[in-house]
Design a protein around this ligand. Structure first.
Ligand code: AMP
Length: 221
């Protein structure tokens, strides 16, 4: 099962991706997470990426492509994956096609989680991310049981450095200009599934699974 998650920052890719991991027993490969961990470890790649991330701009393609190529070659990705935050522009989408063609494993589904811009801004401003397990909460709409503490692992919750008003605007503009055109790219090939990302997390997930299974000719279960 090879899935690409499309959707603006704050649309719920990370949250729904985590559920897809459990459902289909495939790893979630989130380029944002890989980059943040490179920044935290102060690696050469992290040092190169940091300025772009803080400005809400895309990290250069060659950096991201090298990273993703290496990650997709790992043993746990052999039977599938859910890509979260990649591809983000046409160059990356075409490079992904090439990589998958090389290993004879075409994409199954590109899943667009559709959310309007006002909702996205609100979600991103309220977003709290667990520093240990990556679970996502929201101060306004999906608050943790105890303030600042992850419900799942007890880790510390933090606002991401790029979840501030200025960077959020830049990220949404980058999405519109560079990533949104990929919706058509995958739709043209008949690989797109579009779901609304507004509503209860569990309800959205049920729709996603029903649509994916229907598309791939799998029964419920
Ligand atoms: P995310 O966690 O997906 O919101 O990504 C956070 C930041 O990491 C983005 O604003 C970009 O600066 C960078 N980033 C993540 N994925 C990519 C990608 N596929 N291409 C370029 N930059 C990326």
């Amino acid at each position: 099962m090879r899935i690409v998650l499309l959707g603006a920052p704050g649309s719920g890719k990370g949250t729904q991706g985590k559920r897809l991991v459990e459902r289909y027993a495939i790893p979630q490969i989130a380029t944002g997470d890989l980059l943040r961990s490179a920044v935290a470890d102060d690696t050469p790649l992290g040092r190169e990426a940091k300025g772009y991330m803080n400005a809400g701009q895309l990290v250069p393609d060659e950096v991201v492509l090298g990273m993703i190529r290496e990650r997709l070659a790992a043993a746990d990705a052999a039977d599938g994956f859910v890509l979260d935050g990649f591809p983000r522009n046409r160059t990356q989408a075409e490079a992904l096609d090439d990589m998958l063609r090389e290993v004879g494993q075409p994409l199954d589904v590109a899943l667009l989680i559709d959310v309007d811009i006002e909702t996205l801004k609100k979600r991103l401003l309220g977003r709290l991310t667990c520093t240990r397990c990556g679970a996502v909460f929201n101060a306004f709409t999906n608050a943790p049981q105890a303030e600042g503490i992850c419900d799942y692992c007890g880790g510390e919750l933090q606002h991401r450095a790029d979840d501030n008003e200025d960077t959020i605007s830049a990220r949404l503009e980058v999405y519109d200009a560079q990533t949104k055109p990929l919706v058509e790219y995958y739709a043209d090939r008949g690989e797109l599934i579009r779901v609304s990302g507004i509503g209860e997390i569990d309800g959205i997930f049920d729709i996603i699974v029903t649509d994916i299974d229907a598309r791939l000719g799998r029964g419920a279960g």
